[in-house]
Ligand binder design. Structure first.
Ligand SMILES: O=P(O)(O)OC[C@H]1O[C@H](OP(=O)(O)OP(=O)(O)O)[C@H](O)[C@@H]1O
Ligand SMILES: NC(=O)CC[C@H](N)C(=O)O
Ligand code: SF4
Ligand SMILES: [Mg+2]
Length: 538
């Protein structure tokens, strides 16, 4: 490992060097996570809100952020935090953070404590550093120019080398979190210096973005403003919403010039209507937006290296995002529907009923049903009180637990040939026990269709995709997997089919403006090849 080339920052050719070996930070990744999981675990959610006009604002900022985080709860359930500013003292922010779900941390009392006209929030699924109180976000640091709070979704691909750089500046870090590292890196003076000792935050942010190409969506709060930032590849989502005066209709087109009571910025738009906000647009890849009580403005759009494409995570469409969120001008639900239609074109089958593995498989199953003309029926009930991941010592117990998570609606199943759609197969823990359930309930045939291609490679950009060895597609081809899980047939959507479904309704066809990361499917990483290493701690 000592002999590895220096893994520093983007090279002049624009090649990103991914810190993939187990280093100081890597060692702490996934610490305390010995549980057996199914699926892809989620990523983080970030949220920010600001009142416009006179301060103190009449908006209930901390309540708005709490509801915003509740809507982003599916992105991370380990811990959450909110930091607010009253806009009067640059040394003091109000902070509430804790382990667990949003509704447990933010009680009426803690929401009251979070006074302010501006604030940011975070809900965490850890990818770098352990799931512990000390790593909860937003991170707050006190600089010579006042306090700074940062909430981060994503994972730095060059974390180790950036860490070394920051430490070389004499800065101490108190955790192994890449998000704390970002917070400290933002405090570095930009190379061009700063006028008269005043901080030039946009220059600092640009400097950080040049040091770290991937992967982040950030909300950064100062005493009186928020910066919303997406990495130049646009890998993680981030969008803008406008809080309209009470009683104004939220439907219809929204433009940035319409009068606003406040602004919100969020990983996903799914919670906007419930907080009285209207979806405006996405933050563009590389864009730095400043939100103040006077409104919003784009400060800069940091470009990618010339030969590199945009790389929005395609799995946001497949699985991570809530179906009622909007990305690239389209509803996630509509894309999943399209994936199901494409799947039916690629892998038709004779069956009596099309059904879904709830939740994420639902929309694709409806798409399959519409395309094939085979009617849709629910055949499984999901117990919402059984968690997504679980600790069990044996395969037998693990499989029994999956079975416990679902129940078969026998009346819909008995004597039927069932075509069952799921959004993804990762480790293969879920689908086998479900097939067994359906057969026990009297299904005569069970055919599996997967609305995404097989996963072959790990993700270095904020998603917990297991090691190659754990990914079932690296052990069994579709035919053998069908046999292994007890299906009559099993087929995946093709990579081209997924891309086609995702892009079919995107207005612009310009390849400079549209691009998706498919690295976990293809092994082609957005910034270039990662340094290969077998000790991946994923
Ligand atoms: O092959 P495996 O490793 O077993 O994982 C695949 C399953 O995990 C996910 O479901 P999950 O229950 O996490 O979430 P959902 O309710 O959103 O579908 C995904 O939707 C698949 O159903
Ligand atoms: N899933 C995420 O986006 C995690 C953000 C950050 N890397 C952390 O571990 O806290
Ligand atoms: S590797 Fe997969 S999960 Fe990770 S960002 Fe790319 S598409 Fe998303
Ligand atoms: Mg599922």
């Amino acid at each position: 490992m000592e002999n590895q080339p220096a893994r520093n920052l983007p090279t002049t050719t624009g090649q990103v060097q991914y810190d993939v070996k187990e280093g100081t930070v890597g060692h702490f990744k996934r610490k305390n996570r010995g549980e057996i999981q199914s699926g892809l675990t989620h990523e983080c959610g970030v949220f920010g809100a600001i009142g416009t006009g006179e301060w103190p604002t009449h908006l209930e900022i901390s309540q708005i952020i709490t509801w915003g985080l509740v809507a982003l709860q599916h992105r991370g359930q380990e811990s959450a935090g909110i930091v607010t500013s009253e806009g009067t003292c640059s040394k003091h922010f109000n902070v509430v953070k804790g382990m667990g779900m949003v509704s447990n941390i933010f009680t009426d009392e803690s929401i009251r404590k979070l006074r302010g006209s501006i604030g940011i929030g975070h809900t965490r699924y850890s990818t770098s550093a352990a799931s512990e109180e000390v790593n909860c976000q937003p991170f707050v640091v006190h600089t010579a120019h006042g306090a700074l709070a940062v909430a981060h979704n994503g994972e730095l691909v060059n974390c180790d080398s950036l860490r070394r750089q920051v430490l070389e500046h004499g800065v101490g870090l108190s955790t192994h979190s890449d998000s704390e590292l970002i917070t400290q890196a933002l405090c570095l003076n930009p190379p061009e210096g700063e006028p008269m000792g005043e901080p030039d935050w946009p220059a600092r942010i640009r400097h950080f973005m040049q040091l770290a190409p991937l992967s982040y969506s950030l909300v950064i709060m100062l005493k009186k403003k928020i910066y919303a930032i997406r990495d130049p590849y646009g890998n993680r989502p981030l969008c803008l919403g406008k809080i309209l005066p009470f009683n104004e209709p939220l439907s219809g087109d929204c433009d940035e010039n319409r009068e606003a009571d406040g602004w919100v910025v969020s990983s996903e738009s799914c919670g906007f209507l419930s907080i009285g906000a209207q979806y405006v647009r996405e933050v563009y890849p590389g864009e730095i937006i400043e939100l103040t009580r006077h409104g919003i403005r784009t400060i800069d759009i940091v470009q990618r290296p010339e030969n590199k494409s945009q790389a929005f995570c395609i799995f946001e469409y497949v699985y991570f995002a809530r179906a009622d969120s909007i990305f690239e001008g389209q509803m996630v639900y509509a894309v999943r529907l399209q994936c199901g239609k494409q799947l039916a074109i690629e892998h038709p089958v004779e069956a009596d009923v099309v059904s879904a593995v709830p939740e994420s498989g639902n929309a694709s199953a409806h798409g399959f049903s519409r395309q094939s003309g085979i009617s849709f029926a629910e055949v499984l009930c999901k117990n919402r009180y059984v968690g997504r991941s679980f600790i069990q010592p044996s395969n037998r117990l693990r499989q029994l637990l999956v079975a416990k998570k679902f129940g078969a609606i026998s009346g819909m199943v008995k004597g039927k040939r069932i075509l069952l759609v799921d959004d993804s197969i990762v480790r293969g823990n879920t689908i086998g026990p479900i097939i067994k359930l359906l057969r026990n309930a009297g299904a005569t045939e069970v055919h599996i269709r997967v609305a995404s291609p097989p996963l072959h490679y790990p993700c270095y950009m904020g998603i917990n995709i297991p090691t190659r060895e754990e990914l079932i597609a690296n052990k069994l081809n579709p035919k053998d997997l069908a046999k292994y899980v007890g299906a009559d047939s099993l087929e995946y959507l093709s990579i081209q089919g997924l891309i086609k479904a995702v892009r079919s309704d995107i207005k612009t066809k310009s390849t400079a403006k549209v691009g998706h990361c498919t690295a976990c499917l293809t092994g082609v990483y957005p910034g270039g090849e990662p340094i290969k290493n077998n000790d991946l701690d994923w």
